[in-house]
Ligand binder design. Structure first.
Ligand code: AMP
Length: 293
C-alpha cells in the first residue's frame, strides 16, 4: 500500500491509475479505524479497480471546545489495517498541506437547510467544515465513487446534496451502520466511555429501535403532536438510562424535513444524539412501515 503525504504524490498516483484506465473508489476517514471503516473499504473494493483511503482529522469540522486535540490518532495501526484490507493507497496529509493559507482564510462550502438542523444546530459550523473538506478531497482525488457510512446519516445527506448542487461527477454510496453484538454503533468515540457507560450505551439503539417499531405500525395516522410526544418520550427514556439527550427526531429520510401527515410519513428516519460521559454518541434507524392490506 502506498502512503501519500502530499498533494503532488497523490496526483502522481491517481494519474498513473487513470492512465491505465482504472477506476477509483474513495473512502474518507479521520483514522482510528474500526470494523465499520473496514466494511467501507471492503465495499469500495467491489466498486472500483483501485481503493484510495484518506486519513485526516479535519480541524474545521470541530467546534470550539470539542475534542480535536484529543481525537485518537493511531497512524501505524491504521496503516496496517488498511494494508490488510487490500487498500491500494492512503492519503494522509498534514493540516498545513490542506490549509496552507490557514484555516480561517479557506473558502467554505455551505449546504443550506441540512447543515443547521439536528447535529448542525448543536455543533454550529460542523457540517460546513465537513462539506468543505469532502469537496476538497473529491476535487483532489477525482474518484468515480465515494463511500460513506449511514452511521453519520446527516453527513451523508449533506454530501449527497453538495455533489448534486455543485454537479460533482462522482457517485456517492451510503452503507449501513456496523454495530457491536449488543447494538452499539461502532465509533472511534466509544473509546471515551468508562466501563459503566459502555454498559449503558446500547440503550440508545434499543430506544430508537423500539420507537421505529412503534412507528412502523401507525406513522401515517399519527398527529404531529403525537410524533412530538414520542420524540420527547424517547428523550426521557435516554435521560433515565443516564444519557444527557441532545435530540431524538423523527424526520423525512430524504432531507430531514419534519414530515407532513399522510404520504410524507412513508419514508422516515429516526435520528438521535446524546452525551454519555465524555462521549457524544449519535445513532439513527430507518422506519420500515408495515404494509397494510
Ligand atoms: P470517521 O472516521 O468517523 O469520520 O468515519 C469515516 C467514515 O466511516 C464515515 O463515512 C462514517 O460514516 C463511516 N463510519 C463510521 N462508523 C461507522 C459504522 N459503525 N458503520 C459504518 N460506517 C461507519
Amino acid at each position: 500500500m502506498q502512503t501519500l503525504r502530499d498533494i503532488s504524490a497523490l496526483h502522481a498516483q491517481t494519474a498513473a491509475w487513470r492512465q491505465q484506465g482504472q477506476s477509483i473508489a474513495l473512502v474518507p476517514t479521520m483514522g482510528n479505524l474500526h470494523a465499520g471503516h473496514l466494511a467501507l473499504m471492503a465495499a469500495a473494493r467491489a466498486q472500483a479497480d483501485r481503493v484510495l483511503a484518506t486519513i485526516f482529522v479535519n480541524p474545521i469540522q470541530f467546534v470550539a471546545g470539542e475534542d480535536f486535540a484529543d481525537y485518537p490518532r493511531t497512524e501505524a495501526d491504521d496503516r496496517r489495517q488498511l494494508a490488510e484490507a487490500g487498500v491500494d493507497a492512503v492519503f494522509m496529509p498534514t493540516v498545513t498541506e490542506l490549509f496552507p493559507a490557514g484555516q480561517s482564510r479557506h473558502t467554505r462550502v455551505q449546504v443550506p437547510d441540512l447543515d443547521n438542523v439536528l447535529c448542525g444546530a448543536s455543533r454550529p459550523g460542523h457540517f460546513t467544515g465537513v462539506a468543505t473538506i469532502v469537496t476538497k478531497l473529491l476535487n483532489l482525488t477525482q474518484p468515480d465513487v465515494a463511500l460513506f457510512g449511514e452511521k453519520d446519516y446527516q453527513q451523508l445527506l449533506v454530501i449527497r446534496r453538495l455533489c448534486t448542487d455543485l454537479a460533482l461527477p462522482v457517485r456517492i454510496v451510503g452503507l449501513p451502520t456496523l454495530r457491536e453484538a449488543d447494538g452499539l454503533a461502532l465509533s472511534s468515540r466509544n473509546a471515551y466511555l468508562s466501563a459503566s457507560e459502555r454498559a449503558i450505551a446500547p440503550r440508545l439503539y434499543e430506544i430508537l429501535t423500539a420507537l421505529a417499531t412503534q412507528l412502523a405500525a401507525d406513522a401515517e395516522i399519527l398527529t404531529d403532536e403525537s410524533l412530538t410526544m414520542l420524540e420527547a418520550e424517547a428523550c426521557k427514556q435516554l435521560a433515565s438510562a443516564g444519557f444527557q439527550p441532545d435530540y431524538v427526531a423523527i424526520r423525512h429520510a430524504d432531507d430531514l424535513r419534519v414530515p407532513e401527515n399522510g404520504a410524507d410519513r412513508q419514508n422516515l428516519r429516526i435520528l438521535a444524539a446524546a452525551q454519555l460521559g465524555r462521549a457524544r454518541l449519535i445513532d439513527n434507524v430507518p422506519v420500515l412501515l408495515k404494509h397494510k392490506p
